[in-house]
Structure formats: C-alpha cells, structure tokens
Design a protein. Sequence first.
Length: 60
Amino acid sequence: MLRWALIFFLISIVAAVFGFGGIATASAGMAQILFYLFLIGFVVAMVMHFAGKVDNKTGV
C-alpha cells in the first residue's frame, strides 16, 4: 500500500510541475495556433474540392 501511495505522490508532483509551470500556458497557445492553421487548411481544401468539380455529362 505504501508503494502505491509513493507512486501516486510522484505522479502528482510531476503533474504539479507541468500544471503550475509555464508549460500549460505554452501548450495551450500552441494548440490554438495549430487549431487555426488546420481550420484554414480545411477551408482551403474544401474550396479547392468544390471549385474543381466537373460535371460528368457536360464536361464543365
């Protein structure tokens, strides 16, 4: 039982270091940047997909 208590204590210490340090803020900022980059890429891909559609009957 003491072993499990020590394991969870170490896990909580590691989580506190990452949570209370600047890593949480930096990773949240990076996630926002990546979200907007992928959103722009998605919109560009959708526009290219629908702009490049060709009607099979008329060829236009």
